[in-house]
Write a protein that binds this ligand. Structure first.
Ligand code: ATP
Length: 209
């Protein structure tokens, strides 16, 4: 991660949040330790797969003991940058944008929206969940000035690439994209797409099979 020399397969990275979430609920239930077999079952992977995944990051489990839930939870939190408290900006406070602004889910994990932007003069100036909507013309300055690393895009398809370009010019490192478009950005910019309708179409395909 972030320039370290070891390359972690993306399939492994994809499973980490799931492990983290399951560890969190084990912690909530007061479980102190768990075997790789049991944990694998909960997380929906085989025990060898789980061990192999976690071995990319260090020696967490112990033969005959399993994993210490709290230690592993803390280690994964660190690996995923959850402890760092990352500030993000969001552009587009329509339905999806507002849902994100009102969500506490990622705040709990140390990701905060520090500013939100829109182009619509009727939205600029109003407050959503305590955050005032800024005019999108201020986006680039804000990102540069506050050294924001993560940008969230929740504008319509036709505006998304232009917003991404602005974010990139201003020095963003990663984009969490909710617009139904495949953004074209320089390779060093990390992009995670949430193409919501695609999930629905995959579900529909599975149901019709
Ligand atoms: P959604 O569910 O996708 O949020 P919506 O119907 O609420 O849909 P959209 O038309 O998708 O609204 O637009 C989302 C938001 O993006 C709106 O508030 C709109 O004003 C804003 N927006 C559109 N173009 C731009 C732009 N170029 N820069 C900033 N904000 C924009």
């Amino acid at each position: 991660k972030n320039g370290e020399s070891i390359v972690i397969p993306s399939a492994v990275i994809k499973r980490l949040p799931k492990y983290h979430r399951n560890l969190e609920s084990l912690l909530d239930k007061g479980v102190e330790r768990i075997s790789s077999r049991e944990f694998g079952k909960i997380a929906g992977v085989s025990a060898p797969q789980l061990r192999q995944d976690l071995n990319h990051f260090g020696n967490f489990g112990q033969q005959g003991y399993g994993y210490n839930v709290e230690n592993l939870y803390n280690a994964l939190s660190k690996i995923m940058g959850i402890e760092k408290k990352s500030n993000m900006v969001l552009v587009g406070v329509g339905n999806i944008g507002q849902a994100l602004v009102n969500s506490t889910d990622f705040t709990k994990r140390g990701f905060y929206l520090s500013a939100i932007f829109d182009i619509n003069p009727r939205l600029v100036g109003i407050k959503i969940n305590g955050l005032e909507v800024k005019d999108v013309s201020q986006l680039e300055n804000y990102i540069t000035e506050h050294k924001i690393k993560i940008g969230v895009i929740a504008v319509p398809e036709k505006a998304a690439q232009e917003i991404a370009n602005k974010m990139v010019r201003a020095g963003i490192q990663g984009i969490w994209n909710f617009a139904p478009v495949d953004l074209k950005c320089p390779q060093e910019i990390k992009i995670e797409n949430e193409h919501l309708t695609e999930g629905l179409l995959r579900l529909s395909f599975k149901i019709d099979e």
